[in-house]
Design a binder for this molecule. Sequence first.
Ligand code: GDP
Length: 299
Amino acid sequence: LKRLTAGLKRSTGAISSGIGDIFTKRRLDDAALEELEDLLITADLGVSVAAKVADDLRRDRFGKDISAAEVRAALAARIRQILQPVARPLSLEGGHKPHVILMVGVNGAGKTTTIGKLARQFRDNGQSVMLAAGDTFRAAAIEQLQIWGERTGCPVVTTKLGGDPAGLAFEAMSRAEAEGADILLIDTAGRLQNRTELMDELAKIVRVIRKKDASAPHDTLIVLDASTGQNALNQVQVFSEVADISGMIMTKLDGSAKGGVLVAVAERFGLPIHAVGVGEAVDDLRPFDADSFARALVG
Ligand code: GDP
């Protein structure tokens, strides 16, 4: 939580002091509301959330004196209201063995790292985990996953560079079943350059997985990098068109001045937020808590 708070402090700093600048002994008028909306948009909360916060204040306090503290409280309340319904730990329901989790997201978002962190958490829970290096297009991605496998004591299924990701997924399913793994985490390539290819590739992976288990994948998680700001919205949009996204994990909330985009994504897509990444180390994955996030973001 400390790291999350420290990371968000930078955005907090901006939002909190910005509110302080706008609302110094000031009557709540149109100009003040407009400045507030601009501030929230700059902080990546998005146009829609910014408008809602302004509407809340307009409805309740227009024409009256209002303090910065009161504005911060109203903002935090609205953010909590957006985040509380989507804050949901990954539950692994259904008694599937293996429980298959497909990880998607653009290159560099933190997929491989997040797989490593999840693997550690599951292992600490006493569950056996297998990893599949489905991003067969980048040697570094395969190597990274192997390193995470060693680090967390989980077997990693790989194929050669440029190999068929669907074939690999099928092999991983077979091995996970044969070896009785509780959870299978499948990495994928995040190449957004060619949407049709991406769609075909993910569809094919899902198709072969289902030959082994018609109910799989049981979770399809999108990994988003908080520091990409509003771009994250676009990524969710694109991946929702090519995969049946069941939830999200947002990374790099430790170093980012852009934690606000998490609120924008939650408001627009309503996807469950399972966890947040707050660093590069194996234990830097935290459950997502709406209340502390709202408090940390607003200050
Ligand atoms: P992938 O291409 O989506 O698999 O992304 P990687 O897992 O390789 O991560 C890309 C970079 O982001 C690596 O240098 C990671 O160490 C780093 N990274 C991942 N998650 C976090 C996080 O929560 N915080 C920070 N600061 N860095 C992270």
